[in-house]
Write a protein that binds this ligand. Structure first.
Ligand SMILES: Nc1nc2c(ncn2[C@@H]2O[C@H](COP(=O)(O)OP(=O)(O)OP(=O)(O)O)[C@@H](O)[C@H]2O)c(=O)[nH]1
Ligand SMILES: [Mg+2]
Ligand SMILES: [Zn+2]
Length: 295
């Protein structure tokens, strides 16, 4: 008999699903999925047949239609991406901007969560200024001492949230403080000196008011951008809206064309120059990928 549930974990072809009541089931995916090149993702709603006493695992029968799919991190049905940064490790804002572009493409809400404010409280206001026109809320928090968590919880209310960001910014620590569970964190264990616990697999936690996914952090490896036609990149920058009609050329890439209204706004300080510089960097990267797309 088929049951309905959420995929909360997947590792080496073995999946864990949770039903309405929080009971967990160990499952494998039927071969049909592999033949169809479909990978079950954490966050998927599924129909499954539970294992029996003699069969230790059951089967995923069906993956219900997804509302959203994110490639990196690989999660399904997310309604909000909480992009976590911290003063330490030093923020990779190009990564933040890439994630923001992906969120806008998929219609997923985004929030910028500035963690470890106990170490440095200047980063959050600086980022709030920089992302003023980008229509992304900025939350200053400390997962360690609890600062800002109540406001963040209100933001997460009703959402299926994926945390994402560089390794070491505190995603697992934040998961623990929001849910009072123990996702493994990078605290060096004093008893077993085995180094840091960096998260290796996505895991979904269901709380009364929201669902939260802890994900492995990005390392320094550059992301290969999903294919996007370069001229469309600007569509995902809310701060350019209302300006682009004023550019002399149509279309305008806002890269150095004469009479470009966007560049004027950058010069006038209406758009953060660093955010603009990262736009140009992403544009060049997309351009390169686009020209080589059939190679
Ligand atoms: N001072 C301070 N340290 C924090 C805070 N949050 C997390 N940390 C520390 O930052 C380190 C990394 O935290 P993790 O939660 O493991 O980071 P992560 O983002 O899950 O890292 P990955 O799993 O590798 O992606 C740990 O030593 C935490 O104790 C905070 O708010 N303030
Ligand atoms: Mg982690
Ligand atoms: Zn322009």
């Amino acid at each position: 008999m088929s049951m309905e549930g959420w995929l909360i974990r997947g590792q080496g072809g073995v999946y864990t699903a949770e039903d309405e009541n929080g009971a967990q089931y160990v499952l494998r995916a039927k071969n049909r999925f592999r033949r169809q090149h479909i990978s079950p993702l954490v966050g998927d709603r599924i129909l499954f047949t539970p294992g029996t006493v003699s069969d230790e695992h059951g089967w995923i029968d069906e993956i219900l239609p997804r509302e959203s799919v994110f490639v990196r991190p690989a999660v399904a049905n997310v309604t909000m991406m909480a992009i976590v940064v911290a003063p330490e490790p030093s923020p990779d804002l190009l990564l933040v901007d890439r994630l923001l572009v992906q969120c806008r493409r998929q219609g997923i809400r985004a929030a910028l969560v500035v963690n470890k404010c106990d170490l440095d409280d200047a980063l959050a206001p600086a980022l709030a200024r920089s992302y003023k026109g980008a229509e992304v809320p900025v939350h200053a928090i400390s997962a360690a001492n609890g600062d800002g968590l109540e406001a963040l919880e209100r933001r997460l209310d009703g959402e299926t949230v994926s945390l994402s960001g560089q390794s070491g910014v505190g995603k697992s620590t934040l998961t623990n403080s929001l849910l009072h569970v123990s996702a493994e964190t990078g605290e060096i264990s004093r008893r077993i000196q085995r180094g840091r616990n960096t998260t290796r697999h996505v895991e979904l936690f269901r709380a009364p008011r929201f669902c939260l996914m802890d994900t492995p952090g990005f390392s320094l490896i550059t992301l290969s951008e999903e294919q996007l036609e370069p001229i469309l990149l600007q569509d995902f920058y809310p701060e350019f809206e209302g300006l682009r009609d004023g550019c002399r050329f149509t279309p305008c890439w806002h890269q150095g064309e004469p009479g470009c209204r966007v560049r004027e706004a950058v010069k006038a300080g209406e758009i953060d120059p660093e955010r603009y510089a990262r736009y140009v960097a992403l544009l060049r990267e997309l351009d390169e990928a686009w020209r080589n797309r059939y190679a």
